[in-house]
Design a protein around this ligand. Structure first.
Ligand code: UDP
Length: 249
């Protein structure tokens, strides 16, 4: 493989809410992902631009992927490039949003009229069908396998067990900087040989992270709920992660 620093991007083939995807001229099995400064919530209804968010989320995601790799969980991450991009392996994204919850919060609290903040006795996994036009509806395993046919029964089991393993590693990672991992969303991709791999990003856009001592939220709820200081909190997460883990990864 050519050295990642020499990779050049080809034309953009996809632009999502948080990333722009390009090909890599030197290697057709790779993708060049640029992290955008946009923030969206409520399925894209609430939008904002925050200069520097892309850099922070690339840095945080990359550190998390490198930490997971060191602890035996590989992902699509290959290398960082520039200030706000990473080169990843090309995978076919499985259109499931795999949400792991350690604490009652967000849509779960709302839906079941539960107070936010109660620890669950066991981590749970929710599946959502990744489709903006349907607002990513909550689905069960049977619907994923037999109605949508986005994965087989074995694949859904595998994805859920991978998500729970990743949860254990991420809980330790974030607790190391005084943050409680409340819940988070993962996406998985598939290689041509059928192997399933962790993909997308893991950042304060996709996790709920609460300061263990003060309860302060250091994630996208600051934007969703108009709490202010969004990027200041993302920066605290990055600085603390980098200080604690940066040199060992
Ligand atoms: N999440 C995400 N993208 C989504 C929906 C949820 O990254 O499209 C993350 C969210 O940041 C939180 C977790 O998944 O950490 C659970 O979100 P929830 O279902 O509570 O929905 P929300 O309250 O964010 O609407």
């Amino acid at each position: 493989m050519a050295h990642p620093a020499s990779f050049t991007k080809t034309e953009m083939f996809y632009e999502g809410k948080a990333k722009r995807l390009f090909g890599v001229k030197e290697d057709a099995s790779l993708i060049y992902q640029e992290f955008k400064d946009s923030l969206t919530a409520l399925n894209g209804i609430k939008k904002s631009e925050m200069s520097g968010k892309g850099i922070l989320n690339r840095d945080i995601s990359s550190l998390v992927f490198r930490y997971l790799k060191k602890h035996g969980q590989s992902s699509h991450w290959v290398a960082d490039i520039g200030v706000n991009a990473m080169v990843t392996k090309k995978v076919k994204i499985i259109p499931l949003e795999v949400v792991v919850r350690n604490v009652v919060a967000g849509s779960l609290a709302k839906k079941l009229n539960q107070e936010e903040g109660r620890d669950l006795e066991k981590a749970i996994v929710d599946l959502h069908f990744k489709d903006d036009s349907l607002s990513d509806p909550f689905i069960n395993d049977d619907q994923a396998v037999h109605v949508l046919k986005v994965a087989t029964e074995v694949e859904v089991k595998k994805i859920k067990s991978m998500a729970l393993e990743i949860n254990e590693k991420l809980k330790t990672l974030f607790l190391g900087i005084g943050l409680k991992l409340v819940d988070f969303k993962l996406e998985f991709g598939k290689f041509e040989n059928g192997e399933i791999v962790l993909a997308d990003e893991i950042s304060p856009d996709t996790c709920r992270l609460w300061d263990v001592k003060t309860g302060e939220k250091r994630d996208k709820d600051r934007f969703r709920r108009d709490l202010g200081d969004v990027l200041e909190n993302y920066r605290i997460v990055w600085n603390d992660l980098n200080k604690k883990y940066g040199t060992g990864l």
